[in-house]
Write a protein that binds this ligand. Structure first.
Ligand code: AHR
Length: 667
C-alpha cells in the first residue's frame, strides 16, 4: 500500500509538465543516515577590510559621533550582525594587510600616526580603528577574530610580536606595552592569516618563494597559554592549481588552513544595471566555485588525505562596477536579488563541501562589494545577501545531510546551468533544514524530495524572492527584498516532500521528524577486545598501513598504546567492532601525540593527523544501535606519546571508549 502510494505521488509529479509547460521539475534524495561531517559555523564568516567605507563609516564612527555607537562602533550595525550570528570576521585585509604596520593602530588614538591607505584610493587614515577596536567589535558582534598578518612588506619580528601582543600573558616588553594601553589580559586570537594574495597584491611571489616564507613566519607565530594559533596560508586565486600544489607540497606542516579567493565578476556595469544575460553570467560564474573546490580538494588530498588542513574561502562574492558617483577605489556596490541567489549558491556549495571547507568569508561586511549592510551617514539598510545569511544561519554547526539532486536546466542564449541547487543539515534538536535555490528568473521549480532514514512531520519555511531580477533595498525602501513565510510545500506519506519554488528564489525549510536507524551489522562470535597491528617506522603523517607489513599482530582490550614498543617511532592500527546502545548522533574524539584517525564503517570520522603534541579532534556520525566496524590508526614520532579515544551519544555519557563496547570476531 505504502509503495503504491509513493508510486502514485511520483506519477502525479511526472505528468505535471504536460499540464503546465512553465513549471520545471526536479527530483532529489535526502538521506539522513549518510551524515558524516559538521557544517563548521565559520563557513558563515565575514570579511571587513580597511577599504572605502567598510571600516570608517560602516563600522567605526568614533565615540564622539552623533550616530549611536558603543565606544565608537556603530550600534545599528552591531545589532544587525548579531542577528545573523556572524561566527568569524577577517581584518585588516585583503591587499591592505600586506602594507599594514599593526603598531600604527595601538595606544591612545590621538597619538596614533596619520598614514595613507595606499592600497585603496590613497586616502588619509588616522588609524583610529586598530587591533583593540577590531577585537572589541568582534566581541560586540559575538564572533571570533581572524587577523591577516603582513608577509608582503612586514618582518617576521613584526608578525611574531603582533601574535604576542594579542595572545601572550607572559612577561615581555610587548605584553607590558599592551598593559600600558589598558588591556591587562590577552585576547587569545586563534585565526591568523599568513599574508593575503601573495601571488598578487601581497608581494607578487612564486609559490616556491611563498612556501619558504610561510615556514619561516609560521615558526615565530607562537602558541601562548592554552590558545593554539590556527594559521591560514595564502592559497590560489581561482584556478591556479599549481599554487595549491606547491604550497601543499612544500609548506603544509606550517599551516592549518589554505585560502581560496574567487569572485564572480561583471565589472563593466553597476550592480543594479543588467539584463538576463548579466543574471545568467553571474550565476554561471558563481557555480564555478564547485569545480574550484573539487579540484583544490583533490590536490590537497594528495598531501593531506585525512583533511587536517581546511580550505578557507576567505574572499568570495560578486564584483561589479562601482555605484555611479562613488570613489572607484572604494568598491561600493548595491546588492540585488541576483546577489541573494549568488550567495545562496555559494553557501550551498560550501555546506556540501564541509568536509574540507571549514571557513569562508564573504567580501565584504559593510559598504564594499557583496555586502551585508549599506550605510550612508546615520542611515543603514540590510541587503538581500544579508537576508540569505539570516535564512542560512540554521546550518551553523549542524551536520550536513547529503542531497542528490537531479535538477531541471535553466537555459539562456544556448547555454544551460542546473536550475536548482540545495544543501541540507540536521541540527542538534533533530530538525532537518533544507536550503534551496531556484536560479531561474523565469520559471517556478517543483522539487520532489524522497526522504530516506527520516520520517518527516511538521514543516515550516521562509522564502526570499522578488518580482524583478534587480530588486534591491534602499534607504527609502528598505523592505523591498526581505524573507516571507513560505507555504509552497507538501509532505506525503512522511517520506515525499514536494516544494514549489517561485522563480529566482531562496527557500529554507525546517522539518521535524524521526530518524530511522540504518540496518545493524552482524558479527560472527563477537568476543571482547580489538585486533591490532604494530609497525616500526618513522613518519610525519599517518602512513597508509594497508601498504605496509606489520612487525607484530595481537589483540588488545581498547585503544591504548601496546606495552611492548620496539622503539620511539612506530605506528599502530586497531580494528574491530563497537557496539552502540542506541540510535542517533554519536561524537567520537581522539586526543593523541602524534597523529591519529578514527573510522566507523569505513568512513573517516575523526582526523587528528600530523606530528604534534597532544591535540584533540572530534567528529560526529549518525549511527544505529548495534555493531559497527571501528578502526583507529595512530603513529608516534619522537618525544611524548599519547592516545585517548572518546565517545558521547545516546546512552553513553562522554567518556573514554570502554573495553566493554569493543569487540572482535571470535573463532
Ligand atoms: O576584497 C577586495 C580585494 O580583492 C582584496 O583586498 C583582495 O585580497 C582581493 O583582490
Amino acid at each position: 500500500m505504502k509503495r503504491l502510494l509513493l508510486f502514485l505521488i511520483t506519477l502525479s509529479f511526472a505528468i505535471v509538465p504536460s499540464l503546465s509547460a512553465q513549471v520545471n521539475q526536479s527530483t532529489a534524495t535526502l538521506d539522513v543516515s549518510k551524515i558524516r561531517y559538521k557544517i563548521n559555523k565559520n563557513i558563515y564568516g565575514q570579511f571587513s577590510e580597511n577599504l572605502g567605507h567598510c571600516i570608517y563609516g560602516g563600522i567605526w564612527v568614533g565615540p564622539n559621533s552623533p550616530i549611536p555607537n558603543i565606544d565608537g562602533i556603530r550600534k545599528d550595525v552591531v545589532e544587525a550582525l548579531r542577528r545573523i550570528k556572524v561566527p568569524v570576521d577577517r581584518w585588516p585585509g585583503g591587499c591592505f594587510a600586506d602594507g599594514y604596520n599593526w603598531k600604527d593602530g595601538i595606544g591612545p588614538r590621538r597619538l596614533r600616526p596619520k598614514t595613507t591607505n595606499t592600497s585603496w584610493g590613497n586616502v588619509p587614515d588616522d588609524n583610529a580603528f586598530g587591533t583593540a577596536e577590531f577585537l572589541e567589535f568582534c566581541k560586540l558582534i559575538g564572533c571570533q577574530p581572524y587577523i591577516t598578518g603582513n608577509l608582503g612588506s612586514g618582518t617576521v619580528g613584526e608578525l611574531s610580536q603582533w601574535v604576542e601582543y594579542c595572545n601572550s600573558n607572559d612577561v615581555s616588553s610587548i605584553t607590558e606595552l599592551r598593559k600600558k594601553y589598558g588591556h591587562a589580559q590577552a585576547w587569545g586570537v586563534k585565526y591568523w592569516g599568513l599574508g593575503n594574495e601573495s601571488w598578487g597584491c601581497g608581494g607578487n611571489m612564486t609559490p616556491e618563494y611563498y612556501s619558504d616564507l610561510v615556514r619561516r613566519y609560521s615558526t615565530f607565530m607562537k602558541d601562548y597559554g592554552k590558545n593554539r594559533v590556527f594559521k591560514i596560508a595564502v592559497g590560489p586565486g581561482g584556478n591556479d592549481y599549481n599554487w595549491t600544489n606547491v604550497v601543499m607540497k612544500d609548506a603544509r606542516q606550517s599551516f592549518d588552513g589554505l585560502s581560496l579567493h574567487y569572485y564572480s565578476f561583471a565589472n563593466e556595469k553597476p550592480a543594479t544595471d543588467f539584463t538576463q544575460k548579466g543574471w545568467f553570467n553571474i550565476i554561471q560564474s558563481t557555480l564555478q566555485m564547485n569545480t574550484l573546490i573539487n579540484k583544490n580538494d583533490s590536490i590537497m588530498n594528495i598531501y593531506d588525505p585525512g583533511k587536517r588542513i581546511a580550505l578557507v574561502v576567505d574572499e568570495y562574492g560578486t564584483w561589479y562596477a562601482v555605484q555611479p558617483g562613488t570613489n572607484p577605489a572604494f568598491l561600493y556596490q548595491q546588492n540585488t536579488m541576483r546577489d541573494a541567489v549568488a550567495a545562496s549558491c555559494n553557501l550551498n556549495i560550501f555546506n556540501n563541501h564541509c568536509d574540507r571547507v571549514r571557513m569562508a568569508c564573504i567580501a565584504q561586511l559593510v559598504n564594499v562589494l557583496q555586502s551585508m549592510i549599506l550605510t550612508d551617514g546615520p542611515k543603514m539598510v540590510l541587503t538581500p545577501t544579508y537576508w540569505v545569511f539570516d535564512l542560512y544561519k540554521v546550518n551553523q554547526n549542524a551536520m550536513m545531510v547529503p542531497i542528490k539532486i537531479n535538477s531541471a536546466e535553466y537555459s539562456f542564449d544556448g547555454e544551460s546551468i542546473p536550475a536548482v541547487n540545495a544543501s541540507a543539515s540536521l541540527d542538534s534538536t533533530g530538525t532537518v533544514h533544507v536550503s534551496l535555490c531556484n536560479v531561474d528568473p523565469n520559471s517556478p521549480e517543483v522539487v520532489t524530495f524522497r526522504l530516506e532514514s527520516f520520517k518527516g512531520k511538521k514543516i515550516s519555511g521562509r522564502v526570499l524572492t522578488a518580482e524583478k531580477m534587480n530588486a534591491h533595498n534602499t534607504f527609502d525602501n528598505p523592505n523591498a527584498v526581505v524573507p516571507k513565510e513560505f507555504t509552497g510545500y507538501r509532505l506525503d506519506n512522511d517520506s515525499v516532500m514536494t516544494v514549489t519554488m517561485p522563480p529566482m528564489s531562496v527557500v529554507v525549510l525546517s522539518m521535524g521528524g524521526t530518524l530511522e536507524p540504518p540496518p545493524p551489522l552482524k558479527v560472527k562470535n563477537p568476543v571482547e577486545g580489538l585486533n591490532y597491528e604494530y609497525y616500526q617506522g618513522t613518519w610525519q603523517e599517518l602512513p597508509n598501513f594497508a601498504l605496509l607489513t606489520p612487525d607484530r599482530k595481537g589483540t588488545i582490550a581498547d585503544f591504548t598504546i601496546p606495552k611492548q614498543n620496539s622503539g620511539q617511532d612506530f605506528g599502530v592500527q586497531y580494528e574491530g567492532y563497537i557496539k552502540l546502545p542506541g540510535t542517533g548522533l554519536y561524537t567520537f574524539s581522539l586526543g593523541s601525540d602524534d597523529g591519529s584517525s578514527l573510522y566507523i564503517d569505513g568512513q573517516l570520522v575523526v582526523s587528528n593527523d600530523g606530528e604534534h603534541a597532544v591535540v584533540f579532534q572530534s567528529g560526529t556520525d549518525y549511527l544505529g544501535a548495534g555493531f559497527h566496524e571501528i578502526k583507529v590508526t595512530y603513529f608516534q614520532a619522537g618525544g611524548g606519546m599519547d592516545l585517548v579515544a572518546g565517545i558521547e551519544g545516546p546512552g553513553v555519557k562522554r567518556e573514554r571508549i570502554p573495553s566493554s563496547m569493543l569487540f572482535r570476531e571470535g573463532k
